[in-house]
Design a protein around this ligand. Structure first.
Ligand SMILES: [Zn+2]
Length: 174
């Protein structure tokens, strides 16, 4: 397990040109009209789609933040990563232990990138009803806090979420 005090890389300077965002583009889904994040490059399973940094640290979640720990919600740099939509059958994971957007399987150029929001989010600011269409769709997505451990164990989640699930389930059995 990683040390709680591990340093959080912070974006510096006022350069908003996002040099980290190579290989990524925002596109509009012609069917839904929704914006999403797409890769323009092939990425192998386990590979890094993009490194990321904390552009700004907030103490509560918004619809744009990724949770990095208790009371730690980051705004992403590169900001283009904010367009990553949720999916119940994700192909990427915001690995806040390693500060990289990780490919969960082989991804082909042109694919939309989707991540399982509860993999980082304990309790979301704006729960929503998922319509991702995958076989294992979880329905209402509101964070990891109300998902059973068996569901969570089917996903790659952050060390923080694993610990929160353990703490929750210990309390419940006491
Ligand atoms: Zn779904």
């Amino acid at each position: 397990m990683q040390n709680e005090a591990n340093s959080m890389p912070a974006a510096t300077g006022e350069n908003n040109s996002d040099p980290l965002s190579i290989g990524l583009e925002v596109k509009v889904d012609p069917l839904t009209g929704m914006k999403g994040l797409y890769t323009t490059l092939d990425v192998q399973k386990g590979g890094t789609v993009s490194p990321f940094l904390s552009k700004e640290l907030l103490d509560r979640p918004t619809y744009l933040t990724v949770q990095a720990g208790k009371g730690q919600h980051i705004l992403l740099q590169p900001t283009i990563l904010q367009y990553t939509n949720h999916g119940c059958d994700p192909n990427v994971f915001f690995n806040t232990d390693e500060w990289r957007l990780e490919a969960l399987r082989d991804i082909k150029a042109g694919e939309e990138l989707r991540y399982f929001y509860p993999a980082t989010e304990w309790r979301m600011d704006q729960p929503f009803s998922c319509a991702c269409g995958s076989i294992g769709c979880r329905g209402v997505i509101s964070g990891a806090y109300n998902l059973p451990a068996e569901v969570i164990s089917g996903y790659k989640v952050t060390t923080f979420i694993k610990r929160m699930i353990q703490e929750r389930d210990l309390r419940a059995t006491r």
